[in-house]
Ligand binder design. Structure first.
Ligand SMILES: [Fe+2]
Ligand SMILES: [Fe+2]
Length: 155
């Protein structure tokens, strides 16, 4: 599958998960999408000087999305009144990010790459995404037994 088709499929999935409003599957899919772009796509694009500025900006937007996801993960029932505001902010930012990639980044990718590049990167993304664990991506320094939502409340 070529890279742009792969990304458009991922974006469509994310849009529909946001529409459903259910947090857990959306969170996992968003983390995996961000990760596959940061680990495979963006480094490949950065080799083209003309693409560097737009990739760096997209990368910063990813950082903000991941920060909001971590904060949403950390919320307790007492934070319920903030949850919707945070989720809505995440949704607006992410949807804007997806639109921008499609509107501004994808045409540049087409302009500065070729079919072989797109096929190779698409294949690498497909393989990488399959073996991604969203928790490991969000909390790389935290052992599995101590992920925030697994820590027992202090007595
Ligand atoms: Fe992105
Ligand atoms: Fe994307």
């Amino acid at each position: 599958m070529d890279a742009l088709t792969f990304l458009l499929n991922d974006h469509a999935k994310l849009r529909s998960l946001f529409q459903s409003g259910v947090y857990a599957p959306l969170r996992d899919e968003l983390v995996k999408h961000v990760n596959v772009e940061e680990e495979v796509l963006y480094p490949a694009l950065m080799k083209v000087p003309e693409l560097e500025p737009i990739v760096l900006e997209a990368w910063e937007e990813h950082n903000l999305c991941m920060r909001l996801l971590q904060e949403l993960d950390d919320m307790t029932e007492e934070d319920d009144k903030y949850r919707e505001a945070k989720f809505t902010t995440l949704m607006k930012m992410t949807l804007e990010h997806l639109d921008e990639e499609e509107r501004e980044m994808f045409p540049l990718i087409k302009k500065f790459s070729n079919e072989a590049f797109l096929n190779e990167v698409g294949e690498q993304m497909r393989t990488h995404k399959k073996k991604t664990d969203p928790d490991e991506v969000l909390y790389p320094e935290v052992p599995e037994s101590h992920r925030p939502w697994n820590v027992p409340e202090e007595a």
